[in-house]
Design a protein around this ligand. Sequence first.
Ligand code: SAM
Length: 232
Amino acid sequence: MSDPKYHALDWSQEGVPQSRIFDDPFYSRNDGRAETTYVFLDGNGLPGRWAGAATFSVGELGFGTGLNFLETWRAWNECREPGQVLLFTSFEKFPLQGDEITRAISVWPELAPLCDALVERWQVAGALGQVWQLDYQTRLQIVVGDALEGLSNWVGAADAWYLDGFSPAKNPDMWEADLMQAVFDHTVAGGTFATYTAAGWVRRNLQAAGFEITKRPGHAGKREMMVGRRSG
Ligand SMILES: C[S@@+](CC[C@H](N)C(=O)[O-])C[C@H]1O[C@@H](n2cnc3c(N)ncnc32)[C@H](O)[C@@H]1O
């Protein structure tokens, strides 16, 4: 793989990275970790849906700082049963540098050991993009490049999707119809997605792709977010 184009960042006073490319923060300034739990885990019925599954596949659009992954891995470590395997696949065009991931996640000491394990892999030359066996029940792959291209070539299917591009107004490519169709096509029957946005045109793209959509109250006073399901 050729060297990726790394993300150019600014930092808020609270330690939240902000994209210079998209002029948008990577997560809520109002406790990003709580937002991850509320929007992406609860929104997909996790950890409850892990019970009894031999393998569970999570797909994500936008790896960013890895906050969503690290919080999922932390919850997984608490709930998993012997022999179960979590596969986490994230599509990311502009990766952060390892030390930037450490800086962002340092706000949450509970995630520090997992973050250290992630960054140790991250900094091995040529390792980004490979499947990482992070522990004997957890596999992570970050597919580097444009999400639509990466997902079109992906042979997997997810039980749960985290749709986490920057805001639709600032990063429309991450919400466009072809990509939402590719997400649906790579979702198992009965699989779900969750996202913090409830933008009308994004909802219509997801509906046209085939998802049944439900709106929920958003995190920390945001009016609405969306969850959806592929029936079957
Ligand atoms: C809101 S951030 C993701 C936050 C992340 N989930 C976290 O836990 O920190 C959106 C991410 O989408 C990535 N991105 C933007 N456009 C993309 C594209 N066309 N294909 C793949 N990734 C893209 C950005 O580089 C950024 O890392």
